[in-house]
Design a protein around this ligand. Structure first.
Ligand SMILES: Nc1ncnc2c1ncn2[C@@H]1O[C@H](COP(=O)(O)OP(=O)(O)OP(=O)(O)O)[C@@H](O)[C@H]1O
Ligand SMILES: [Mg+2]
Length: 450
């Protein structure tokens, strides 16, 4: 009897704890990581560091002086190869960060080449590497798949006048879109890969800033009409887009006049009360602007492409930024496509259907990211590879945000919509209820002259 009682007393809590941990692993990976993953990974790292570095080829022969000291002063006959010194070891809520001092003879590329082997050796989910300063690298390890269920970090998110956190990086940090650093960007991806979700997150962030938002959504506004309360202008057909781009270029030229009057290089150098509101132009499905059915359309197309290229080349100083989305963006779209693409420095590439598209997106800025783009699984919409011309890139995923939530945010911050008289003709009409969360009828917006 006592045996059974003991079994109950010991077995039940044990089974409960095991079940609880199993549940935590699946449903609350962050908690599981703190309770179990972290101690296990830390111990594994500490115990196997030297041997792992050795088998991964990340050790160097000791210097002559060191060999001399070991042999003669420490009186050890065998002189071991030297691994990089661990300079800093930090634990985070998603993984580990280790700073290594590279010995002479090793370069960051060697460690990067071994990162897959290190990942398996220490049983972590991913190992990324950044060079912090010459001779030092930081290994950023994540303990679990942080992109499975995206939770944006609250702390240590970079901020700035034109900075918006849009997605979570694989290493657990926030991926921010900073328009002052990267003025124009291109988002590529196949059907249903998460492009519009990316833009939705961007709009939700931008809505809270004192900037003007301009939408060009030639799919009759199905994506962007929900943002109407916060938009300064919206075009939902190629004809309207043509007119709107014309107006935007006019606005840009006026701003340049203002800059030259004050003898400054960009709008940020103007006194606060003079500075015009920054404008972010969001284009959903750029191919709609390029594709033409008739010869007459061709003229309009060429005009629009030229305007976009002009904006891409000069609008940054005037505080106007392009955010372009598309399924493909290659020379097959027609004249001017590659010239425009070259202006779009920031790149976010979601799942694509072919290698060519991946190359269009990141091939010219971070060639080694092409393979990663091709491995994005179809059941993970929103996962993308984000790169910029500095050559760095990372895997990211946007948090899921419903159209209704985005529309509610736009309605809440509608009062921040700047007054830009030049765009008044294209200001979308906001439904009386104020929130356009419901599917909207496909009608042309009429000018808000009232
Ligand atoms: N980060 C994410 N997390 C969860 N679900 C997502 C995420 N991103 C997108 N989805 C879902 O994937 C589907 C497709 O997303 P979205 O409409 O953004 O794709 P798209 O690339 O714009 O497609 P299309 O080319 O058809 O416009 C939607 O149902 C959306 O809810
Ligand atoms: Mg879309």
């Amino acid at each position: 009897m006592t045996d059974i009682a003991t079994l109950w007393e010991v077995g039940l809590p044990l089974a409960g704890a095991a079940g609880g941990l199993g549940y935590a692993k699946a449903r609350a990976p962050r908690v599981f990581w703190s309770l179990v993953g972290l101690p296990v990974a830390t111990t594994r790292f500490a115990v196997t560091y030297r041997s792992t570095m050795d088998v991964c080829g990340l050790t160097v022969q000791p210097s002559r002086f060191r060999a001399f000291v070991v042999r003669n002063l420490a009186r050890r006959p065998d002189v071991q190869p030297v691994p990089p010194k661990v300079r800093r070891f930090r634990v985070t809520s998603t993984g580990l960060r280790v700073t290594l001092r590279l010995p002479a003879g090793l370069e960051p590329a060697d460690v990067m080449a071994a990162s897959e082997r290190l990942r398996h050796a220490w049983g972590v989910h991913s190992v990324n590497l950044i060079e912090t300063k010459p001779g030092f690298v930081e290994l950023r390890m994540t303990g679990y798949d942080v992109l499975r269920k995206v939770r944006m970090p609250r702390r240590r998110v970079p901020s700035g006048p034109m900075t918006v956190p849009v997605a979570l990086r694989e290493n657990g940090t926030a991926f921010v879109r900073d328009y002052l650093k990267v003025p124009h960007a291109l988002t590529l991806g196949a059907n249903q890969s998460g492009k519009s979700m990316y833009q939705r997150n961007l709009v939700a962030g931008l809505a809270r800033l004192p900037v003007a938002l301009v939408g060009i959504d030639c799919k009759r506004g199905v994506e962007q009409r929900g943002y109407a309360p916060r938009l300064s202008a919206l075009a939902i057909t190629p004809e309207e887009a043509d007119g709107l781009l014309e107006v935007l270029v006019g606005e840009m030229e006026e701003r340049f006049d203002l800059l030259s009057e004050h003898g400054v290089g960009d709008i940020w150098a103007l006194p606060d009360e003079m500075r015009p509101a920054p404008v972010v132009v969001l284009v959903d499905e750029v191919a709609e602007l390029f594709l033409v059915a008739t010869r007459k359309d061709e003229e309009r197309r060429d005009r629009m492409v030229t305007q976009l290229i002009r904006l891409g080349q000069m609008a940054r100083a005037a505080g106007m930024f392009l955010e372009v989305c598309g399924q493909r963006f290659g020379s097959d779209l027609g004249k001017g496509a590659t010239a425009l693409r070259a202006q779009l420095t920031g790149r976010v590439v979601h799942r694509v259907n072919d290698k060519q598209t991946a190359e269009m997106g990141v091939g010219d800025i971070a060639p080694d990211a092409v393979v990663t783009v091709l491995t994005i699984p179809p059941d993970r919409p929103g996962v993308a590879v984000a790169g910029d011309t500095s050559g760095g890139w990372s895997r990211i995923r946007t948090p899921a945000l419903t159209a209704a939530e985005a529309a509610a945010i736009c309605a809440e911050y509608a009062h921040l919509t700047p007054d830009l008289p030049a765009l008044a003709d294209y200001r979308p009409v906001v439904p009386a209820s104020g929130v356009a969360a419901e599917p909207v009828p496909l009608v042309k917006p009429s000018p808000a002259t009232a």
